[in-house]
Each structure stands twice: as C-alpha cells, then as structure tokens.
Design a protein around this ligand. Structure first.
Ligand SMILES: [Zn+2]
Length: 112
C-alpha cells in the first residue's frame, strides 16, 4: 500500500468528485484505492437515481395536494374557511341578526 491509498480523502470531497467536480489529486487516489472508487461509484448511482426522479412529471393530484398544504397557512384560506363556516361564529350570527332587524325596521318605517 502506498501513502496515497492510506490517506483517504474525506467523504465530502469524494461526494463532490462523484457529482462532477474536477480534482486531479482525487482522481489519482481513486484509481489506486478500491474503497474510495466504490464509494464514488455508489454516489454516482445515487446521483443518477435522484436525477431520474427529478425528471418525472408530478401528477395533477400530487400537485394539488402540495398546493393545498401550502394554502392551508395563508390568510386566503382563513377567509374561505370563514365563508364556509360562517354559521359557526356566534358573533357573526348576532351581527347578522342586528342588521336584519334594522333592515326590517327601515322597510317598516319607509313603507308608512
Ligand atoms: Zn481511498
């Protein structure tokens, strides 16, 4: 075993190399060290697998679920929640009743 084989580069360096970063010293080491060569090959397989996933189109239902989960925290969803469940707010029911009574009162007054 030579010195270059015994002194392995860090995993980070090997990953950078596997992802395509040029490094002459690393390349020299990898050609002589089977352990690092296998690691780099594994990283290249992982990289290929992930790049394949990225290329796949996202289906409409998955996209909708993602948008729904993002929308949940926005104020717009709070407004739409209020519109759908307005009858569950006692204050709003009271306010609506007051306006309805006033409306009927003014109709009664002006119809005299
Ligand atoms: Zn090595």
């Amino acid at each position: 075993m030579s010195d270059t084989v015994q002194k392995h580069p860090s995993e980070e360096e090997l990953i950078q190399y596997a992802l395509g970063q040029e490094c002459g010293e690393l390349e020299e080491h990898i050609t002589t060290c089977s352990q690092c060569y296998e690691f780099v090959e594994e990283m290249r397989i992982v990289k290929a697998a992930f790049s394949h996933i990225d290329e796949q189109p996202v289906s409409g239902s998955v996209r909708n679920k993602i948008f729904e989960s993002i929308k949940k925290d926005t104020s717009l969803s709070k407004i739409s929640h209020f519109i759908q469940h307005w009858y569950t707010y006692p204050f709003f029911i009271g306010l609506l009743t007051i306006f309805w009574v006033l409306f009927l009162y003014f109709i009664y007054i002006f119809s005299q």
